[in-house]
Design a protein around this ligand. Structure first.
Ligand code: SF4
Ligand code: SF4
Length: 255
């Protein structure tokens, strides 16, 4: 599948939580694991966090070994994608006879398929409104004899709630960038973005272990929480990136 899933999005129907669709992905399908080749799989900060912990790696080592980074044409921000391997462009986490070796912590995009999540924000309203489209990959047999799901039951089954929540925090950066009217970052800003969003172990070292003015300005309670909870640290670091790069003068960096 050399085309991204967006090429196969069915935009004729927007699905909300109680809407239904039929799908079954089971090992007896002849297409089983075909969808784990030649993917353009963009990793979100929370995907990297889950994968590097699953593999027992430091985030910098994970990024170097498994990913490529480029600056997104539309966003002007660094984008991390999973590097496919070998002549057939296999996902590095697919192993013959074992399937997906990171299944428990597989990326949000792998969990969401055959749906695609659209998250809308408004400047006048708090929070995010979401809906879903169905993605109909032409070689996927999952739509034949599929079991009926609601969007809500699919999200529960795939453990998507935490992924969506963390992706929405990441989405706050894009909104802040739009509001600030900043098109591109300079090299130093790209480094800040990359470390704060993707390289959480280096951020830990930089923010919590070295001399750091931002840390000295933060309350002891917050420092206590982010020192002991890596997921809270990731939330904090993403929001610090937002504040530093796109909200000069804003003092709020909530957890
Ligand atoms: S049914 Fe679709 S999602 Fe499941 S393995 Fe086949 S191609 Fe992949
Ligand atoms: S992470 Fe797992 S489910 Fe996702 S593409 Fe790779 S092998 Fe397939």
């Amino acid at each position: 599948m050399s085309q991204g899933p967006e090429a196969y999005i069915d935009k004729s129907r927007q699905l909300k939580d109680e809407d239904t669709f039929c799908f079954s992905c089971t090992p007896d399908k002849s297409c089983f694991t075909n969808c784990c080749y030649d993917l353009s799989l963009i990793l979100m900060p929370y995907d990297i966090f889950r994968l590097k912990n699953h593999l027992g790696m430091k985030s910098a080592d994970f990024l170097k070994r498994y990913t490529s980074v480029y600056v997104g044409q539309n966003s002007g921000l660094p984008v991390v994608s999973l590097k496919m391997e070998g002549p057939y462009l296999k996902c590095p986490f697919l192993e013959e006879g074992k399937g997906c070796i990171v299944y428990k912590d597989r990326p949000g995009a792998c969990r969401t398929y055959p749906l695609a999540r659209m998250a809308c924000r408004s400047q006048d309203r708090e929070g995010v409104e979401e809906f879903y489209y169905i993605v109909r990959e032409p070689d996927c047999e999952g739509f034949q004899d599929g079991k009926e799901w609601t969007v809500r039951s699919w999200k529960e089954n795939e453990g998507l709630e935490q992924y969506n929540k963390m992706n929405d925090i990441f989405g706050e950066i894009l909104q802040a960038k739009t509001v600030a009217g900043i098109a591109y970052l300079n090299a130093d800003q790209i480094d800040i973005f990359h470390m704060g969003c993707y390289d959480i172990d280096s951020f830990h070292q930089y923010f919590l272990e070295g001399p750091n003015l931002d840390r000295y300005m933060e309350s002891e309670d917050v420092i206590e929480v982010i020192s002991n909870d890596e997921e809270a640290l990731l939330k904090y670091s993403v929001r610090l990136v937002k504040k530093k790069l796109f909200q000069a003068g804003c003092s709020n960096c909530s957890l």
